[in-house]
Design a protein around this ligand. Sequence first.
Ligand code: C2E
Ligand code: MG
Ligand code: MG
Ligand code: MG
Length: 282
Amino acid sequence: RAKAGGRNGACFFDPSMQDAADRRAAFEAAMRDGLAQGQFRLFCQPQFDRVGGLVGAEVLIRWQRGREEVVGPDHFIGFAEESGLILPLGAYVLEESCRALARWQGEPALQHIKLGVNVSVHQMRDPAFPALVDGILDDTGAPPERLCLELTESVFADDPHEITRRMHELRARGVCFSLDDFGTGYSSLAYLKYFPLTELKIDRSFVRDVGTDPESAPIVEAIIALARTLGLKIVAEGVEHEAQRHFLIHGGCSSMQGFLLGRPQPIGDFENRYRAAGIGHA
Ligand code: C2E
Ligand code: MG
Ligand code: MG
Ligand code: MG
């Protein structure tokens, strides 16, 4: 049993710590195996413009651990970041995403859409990251301007010069950058000028209350106005209700994503569905 406090108050051995370490090691091994066995699958959630045209999709990773067991990213991304597995996992997501973009060329309903790929700050910290993306674009033949890397404000906690240099390298190649979950972090508005972004995603916590909370509405309107002034595209996340969509359309929001319009779905299903549907979210 755990003995908290020895003679001098030190904790010499705590079996519960060993248990936790074992569990982490087992989880890491399972993730490694899962990656090798292709258990990580790309899901896509559609994004639509004001009139219901498909303009893009966000790639959201899922871990298919068993036939029935699907694990969402909130349960493993943090761990992947701590263990370093985020680098191979992130590279896999980028490669599969770029394969899809290449495959969609020549498809009327799909060739013009952009694909948002979530990128961890750990990937952006890697000096080899721009070369990695470059290599994937070359190998797959994906059109770089259709690839939109989604960053969260946590990148700003890092060396901003280093991150900006990396972003510029990728921008020069044609790749776009989106600032995810905008408004939830420690955003300094100066960052918006400093980093070469192309898009802002309004966090769903603001979108959620837009029809009911008198404070959320002006915040969303201000974000939209700010984005417009800075020449950034804007995507509202988490649109679940018609009233929210209505508000956003009238507020001048250019595109939207959420359960009302389309759920995350396996990338193959996404392709089949929108290839046929062309436009609209009905
Ligand atoms: P995110 O990038 O902000 O992704 C949006 C999340 O909101 C997704 O959760 C999506 O399923 C969910 N969502 C979309 N529409 C609605 C809605 O109308 N209502 C509600 N309540 N939720 C909605 P998911 O798929 O669980 O992903 C969670 C987070 O995990 C993502 O947040 C992203 O930060 C991270 N993530 C997902 N895939 C990857 C990946 O490939 N790499 C990295 N580094 N992170 C990823
Ligand atoms: Mg995202
Ligand atoms: Mg988000
Ligand atoms: Mg998020």
